[in-house]
Design a protein. Sequence first.
Length: 457
Amino acid sequence: MKTIIEPFRIKAVEAIKITNREERVRLIEEVGLNPFLLRGEDVMIDLLTDSGTSAMSSEGWAALMRGDESYAGARSWYRFKEAVQEVFGFEHVIPTHQGRAAERILFGIMVKPGHFVPNNTHFDTTRANIEFRGGEAVDLPCPEAKQPDLIAPFKGNMDLEALRALIERVGVAQIPLIMVTITNNSGGGQPVSMANIRGISEIARAHGVPFYIDACRFAENAWFIKQREPGYADRSVPSIVAEIFSYADGCTMSAKKDAFANMGGFLCTRDAQLAEEERNLLILTEGFPTYGGLSGRDLDAIAVGLREILAEDYLNYRAASTAYVVNHLTALGVPMVLPAGGHAVYIDARRFLPHVAPMQYPGWSLAVELYKEGGVRGVEIGTVMFGLNPHTGEEAPGPWDLVRLAIPRRVYTQSHMDYVVEVVAAVWARRAEIRGLKIKSAPRFLRHFTATFEPLT
């Protein structure tokens, strides 16, 4: 059959509060034109993030009931650790309450002022945790990534020549680790090839630099390798995942993405001494090493989700449902990041609103208009998120201005996505009327979460 169906049935539903445009204009203005500050109940289709917003399966819910809440050495911890080791292959597993806590612990130990941390493209919390330690987060996306509408199979790749040049320029002593993010969230949700991961690993090992993977959407990345990279079509997803992480010295993971969990994360390493330092810091700020800020039921839910995400029927549906939205919007002429990624739809706001200068925040302006038009909440990935240097206060245009519509796992149906297409199309039809914004107030780090805005006059 040509139709790819959801490989699950729906057993519980949650009502959506239907609002009108007048209400939505008032609501977004009351929170300073920042979609992050809206009440969740006032959002009709919430595509702000795919982090912690997944629908758990019946097995996941059953796992909650198995949760062992012993402070130390709970059965839930051992089930969690076994699942992480089975999927990723790392000996040392450090549980954390979410991915950014894993980043804070890792960078808190490894990154010093003046250090450089290369990545294909850092996402917001990764960059902020590096900068908070006085380091510099260096993005080294491949040349194809800089052309949003170029069709290429692995636009999430790191530029290996640029990585070699950085090492030569600053010296190995100034690079505490090399990272790669799979899939490349800030670069349009694009996957990274196995050849590129292998190449990064070879460079890292040749220079004695640890290589870490930001593993948030590891299963989606593995699915794209299976579909697009020669030699992998007949490989199982678990075996592809095992090969990916065999090239790395460790990983950070937000289990709120590709583990279907509403909360949780972890940090892994092969280095026993480093793991001991990480556990000591974990105890100081997160909790005992066998729970790391998580309840036993959370640990059990993650253990189930890590195995469920590897199901190929699900991954096929996931990629197809995202491509469905991208294909419909592209057919309408809406400028998109192509090809479709796994977890989100990315609208190119600079081409959508060419009359709005980058320093007038076209991505943010478009995100506000999508909410006003149809109650759809997305997030800007552009100059607001990445344009400010928190140390100097200097601001410059980001590398791009995108609006990401992140699709929660197993939450919305095709009719919801048809509605999203209609909303984007309606805004596209009146795009010439949309004006830019200016920042009214904002913090230095991660300003997009709490900044407020006002219209340009």
